[in-house]
Design a protein around this ligand. Sequence first.
Ligand SMILES: Cc1cc2nc3c(=O)[nH]c(=O)nc-3n(C[C@H](O)[C@H](O)[C@H](O)COP(=O)(O)O)c2cc1C
Length: 261
Amino acid sequence: MSLDIVDIIQRHRSIRKYKSNKVPDELLNKILQAGLRASSSGNMQSWSVVVTRDQNIRKTLFKPHFEQQMVLEAPVLMTFCSDFHRMRLWLKEKDAPDNFDNLMSFMIGAIDATLASQNIALAAESEGLGVCYMGTTLASCYEIAEILKLPHNVVPVVGYVLGYPNENPPLRDRLPLEGIVHYETYSDYPSKEILEIYKEREIKGWKRYMENSDFRELVEKHKVQNLAQIYTILKYTQESHKRYSQNILKCLVRQDFSNND
Ligand SMILES: Cc1cc2nc3c(=O)[nH]c(=O)nc-3n(C[C@H](O)[C@H](O)[C@H](O)COP(=O)(O)O)c2cc1C
């Protein structure tokens, strides 16, 4: 049965449990080719991907990925990077000025990398593989860049594990289209409307977290009362987000993307 692209998109679920089967090289190459076809700023293709299959390297990446079990379990880990290293080497060879050591360049590469990553994810899903993105790629970019031996002008921005699914989770809810789309100009939300937009999320999200015994314990311990509080008291705290932000800034300086004055 062949699925069209919209079916593949609509059936997407993050996969966190994997079979041990390896992904054949030919299949891996096929899905990686889909990344090359992504739109890219100036067609500079200012991204790269590190495909990590080696179990020892994945063990080293386990900690910076906050000990997420799927890093060890899935046969492939993909780290997509904003990458102006290659382009800058070429510029040097051709005696062309180099303007790519700043925040704008990092962002161009980060967008290219993200677009390519999603092309590859969809190609993978169309082949019966599963993926789960990991925000820890960006949060720990400084440490991950070191482990993957990334040169100057290469910064990890987005990553996922990939392999054959060993679970079949239900589709997760999404906010309704009216909550996301604005026509012509942005129309701000009255507070009643905000509650309506998040109505289903509040019920389903809360239920999902309550089914997880670790989260249930944390909810009780911190006297958390609703899903919104789960997001910012337990998951994405002021302290953690400041810490990750500092790590990203430190990484941009070390990897030579900070010439902004
Ligand atoms: C940039 C990004 C980072 C994510 N980081 C993690 C992560 O670190 N661990 C995890 O289990 N899921 C992670 N996810 C998966 C999301 O939790 C998931 O996409 C979301 O809950 C919706 O579920 P679905 O993908 O199954 O539809 C991430 C997703 C994105 C796009």
